[in-house]
Write a protein that binds this ligand. Structure first.
Ligand SMILES: [Zn+2]
Length: 374
């Protein structure tokens, strides 16, 4: 009896073990497939830890960006406002981020569907990567559009200016108004100084001394010499997702002298001056042949992506074209030789006074050793 029971128990144990093994293998395969799909398709990764986006290709053409922005702004005061980031995320998840031959009228059709009563949630419920693109594009574009107040010229006002409340593009071109520059889409072209690498930013060729403007408000996180970028300044957005990098600034007088690590800047502020410093271990050396601003935008979904070999830099060429709409008017202070903006801005994204001091004390100096530039 004892033997029979034991055999039956043994048989049961074997069946249970096989079932468990099959379950585990199945689970592992499913996990591996999901992880592989995430890694391949959207740069995500399943780990036991916090999940965050690992890669973003920002390939939206200028015409598409511009049209989505206009649809957002035009619909803002209607009963059915549309969000340009959502429109773009929906478009990208439909076309698989392939924008070749993309027709902007597809955005108009999307807006029409939304205005006829379909919600964005319904419109995107079968789009597998909509959530990914929404998060990715929110990181790139999240600080550039919204409500703000700005001073505008007014001849009848005592100081020639008055405040105006607006909704729309609040980011600025990195080059001040009335200062010419030329550029082309140079993201990913090769660079040789130091080591063979890709150009992870955008060069704007202009005259030495051209005032450089903060595109978005934020906290100065890096300021000083970097062997690649020369005199450079790095500004982190208040939501921490974007790091704006402005490099090769002017020899001897690179920055607005009031700026230090931890300073708060507003969109449109003069932060420095175009130059040709960099490509030198020694400080304050002009080793760049053609004077230009190197402008870069890094996305940070997790602090581990700030410095190292997992940095995400995006192509800002189409963005810079869009930002040309907002150019900051500047005036020179003859005494200090410093330039200042003429029209002030009130951006709700800029923290209040208490929050400013908090940001100031928590900001840390970046070594910036790996800040790529060229
Ligand atoms: Zn460059």
């Amino acid at each position: 009896m004892y033997v029979v029971v034991s055999r039956r128990m043994a048989a049961r144990a074997v069946i249970s073990a096989v079932a468990l093994l099959a379950f585990l293998i199945g689970g592992c395969l499913l996990y591996a497939r999901t992880a592989a799909a995430n890694t391949k398709e959207n740069g995500g990764e399943s780990s036991g830890q916090k999940e965050y986006i690992k890669w973003v290709d920002f390939d939206i053409p200028y015409e598409v960006l511009e049209h989505a922005l206009d649809l957002d702004v035009q619909s803002h005061d209607t009963d059915t406002p549309v969000n340009w980031v959502e429109l773009l995320a929906c478009a990208a998840s439909k076309n698989g981020n392939n924008w070749k031959n993309y027709k902007t009228r597809k955005l108009d059709e999307m807006v029409q569907t939304l205005q006829e009563g379909t919600s964005m949630e319904e419109l995107t419920k079968d789009l597998k990567y909509y959530a990914y693109y929404k998060e990715a594009y929110s990181a790139v574009l999240g600080g550039l559009v919204g409500e703000y107040e700005i001073e505008v010229p007014d001849e009848t006002a005592p100081n020639g200016k008055r405040w105006e409340a607006r909704y729309g593009l609040k980011g600025f071109s990195p080059i001040a108004r009335n200062y010419p520059y030329n550029d082309f889409d140079d993201f990913g072209t090769s660079r040789d100084y130091g080591f063979k690498r890709k150009h992870l930013g955008h060069d704007l060729m202009g005259a030495v001394g051209t005032p450089i403007i903060a595109v978005e408000g934020g906290t100065v996180e890096a300021l000083g010499w970097n062997q690649y970028g020369g005199w450079r300044i790095g500004i982190r957005s208040f939501d921490k997702k974007r790091y704006y990098y402005y490099a090769h600034l002017r020899k001897n007088f690179p920055y607005n002298k009031e700026l230090k690590i931890g300073s708060i800047v507003q969109p449109g502020d003069v932060i420095g001056y175009l130059g040709r410093t960099g490509y030198s271990v020694a400080e304050n050396v002009n080793n760049i042949q053609q004077p230009h601003l190197h402008f870069g935008l890094q996305l940070i979904f997790d602090e581990s992506q700030k410095e190292g070999n997992n940095e995400i830099w995006v192509d800002v060429y189409p963005l810079v074209r869009l930002l040309y709409r907002n150019r900051s008017t500047v005036v020179k202070d003859e005494e200090t030789k410093e330039y200042h903006r003429v029209y002030e801005i009130r951006d709700p994204a800029v923290p209040s006074t208490t929050a400013v001091s908090e940001t100031f004390t928590t900001a840390t100096a970046s070594t910036g050793v790996t800040d790529p530039s060229g």
